[in-house]
Design a protein around this ligand. Structure first.
Ligand code: GNR
Ligand code: NI
Length: 185
């Protein structure tokens, strides 16, 4: 498996819509494996293909022991409202409160191309909405008020300083560290 570089804010690919996967192949399964590995190394709870420079409609999530690879995910129903803090591996160290549906029903294909549905609430529902947004070129900062978005952008530019690189390289984590995290979850 391979750790993939993550594209950061200002990379045009983060604003692109993705392409439906017409059949799940070994190449997609390799991408899924690499995305899980990259997500764990980066300590994220979700990761979308555009974040690793790919335009296939694929994302992965791992929230409260619930681990899913989703191909062509779509929200079929949504209910209620929740407001909570979000972050994004493509906008490191920037956080903001986002209002999302409290509950979503998501339909997708699994890594074998078999359809399945997730009935998600709370953080899992939030994460799925965040990832599906990525697959359509949307980022959580798009939901902030103008004032909060401008403050977030100012902080982002300040944190970046002279560094204008559009990717970040994720450092591997050792097996013990990974095991510790598994115990926590
Ligand atoms: O790691 C992540 N945490 C998170 C917290 C609240 C809502 C969404 C997320 S997803 C994010 C990883 C990421 O950037 N996925 O695209
Ligand atoms: Ni994100």
């Amino acid at each position: 498996m391979t750790l993939l570089d993550i594209w950061v804010l200002d990379a045009p690919i983060l604003r692109q819509d993705t392409t439906l996967v017409s059949g799940v192949t070994d190449s997609h399964r390799r991408l899924i494996d690499d995305m899980f590995e990259t997500m764990y190394a980066a300590r994220g709870i979700g990761l979308a293909a555009t974040q690793v420079g790919r335009l296939e409609r694929i994302c992965v999530v791992d929230v409260d022991k619930a681990r899913y690879a989703l191909v062509n995910p779509e929200i079929v129903t949504s209910d209620g409202e929740q407001t909570g803090e979000e972050g994004c591996l493509s906008i490191p160290e920037i956080y903001g409160d986002v209002t999302r549906a409290q509950r979503v029903m998501v339909r997708a294909l699994d890594r074998d191309g078999k359809p399945f549905e997730i009935d998600a609430t709370d953080l899992l529902a939030r994460c799925l909405q965040h990832e599906i947004d990525h697959l359509h070129g949307r980022l959580f900062i798009d939901y902030l008020s103008l004032v909060k978005r401008q403050a977030a952008m100012k902080k982002w530019r300040k944190l970046r300083g002279k560094d204008k690189s559009l990717t970040r390289t994720i450092e591997p984590r050792d097996a013990a560290e990974h095991h510790d995290r598994d115990e926590e979850l």
